[in-house]
Each structure stands twice: as C-alpha cells, then as structure tokens.
Design a protein around this ligand. Sequence first.
Ligand code: ZN
Length: 139
Amino acid sequence: MSTLLVPQRGELPHPVPRALSAPFWKQCAQGKLVFQRCSSCRWACFPPAEVCRNCLGTDLKWETSSGRGTLYSWTVVYRPVTPAFEAPYAPAIVDMEEGYQFLTNLIGIAPEDIRPGMAVTAEFHEVGSGLHLPYFRPV
Ligand code: ZN
C-alpha cells in the first residue's frame, strides 16, 4: 500500500509577496483562494497581473474562488530539486471552476491513484515563515 501525499513540512523556497501578489497571499492566510477578473471582458486572470491577458484591459478586480476544480495535469517528483522539499510530491495544474488554471501540489491521495479530470478542492497549509500554500486534494 502506498503512502498518501502530504503538505511540505519544512521551510521552503518561495516567492516574496509583491504589491501585485500580496492580496493573493493575504487571502491564502485566511483560507481563501482569490483571483482577478477583468471588468472589461470578464476574463479570469491568474497569476496576478496589471493587464488582462485577454483584452489588455487594466481594470482587474479580485474575486474569491470556490476553490474547486478538476485535475488537468500533474507529475510526481521522487528526486527533489533541492533538499528543502520532501519527496514524493505531486505538482499539478488544476482547471478552476471560474475558468483559470492554478499551479499547485496534490495531497491526500497516493501517487498511483491520481487520475486526469478528477474533482479536487483547495486546502491551505502553513509551510514556514507564515506562508500559507494552497494545496489541492480529491473531493
Ligand atoms: Zn479583459
């Protein structure tokens, strides 16, 4: 029997929140997943941007995501790129209900049980330095 994937436990290398991404990280600490939506064309924008990737509009407003989506793609890492990461872990791309894609890591499932299109939901875990990462697990 295989072990379920779990959140990372140690101090991880991570991006430093900037003016553009700070609202995202602040909401993660509250257990909320947020994204930007373009006021002009309604495009769901993620990662945070100053300009809409669809119409180049500049009026982007934050919205709260349901945190639900389906698995688009993934890989399982058995040899981490740095010793900071505990293997195995599964970086994944999730198609979010709101129409954007989210790069994350899967938890709560054994690597061999991961399937394309499976329903997943966000779950937040603190990983050192007060950073709360959105992981996704099967619904
Ligand atoms: Zn737009």
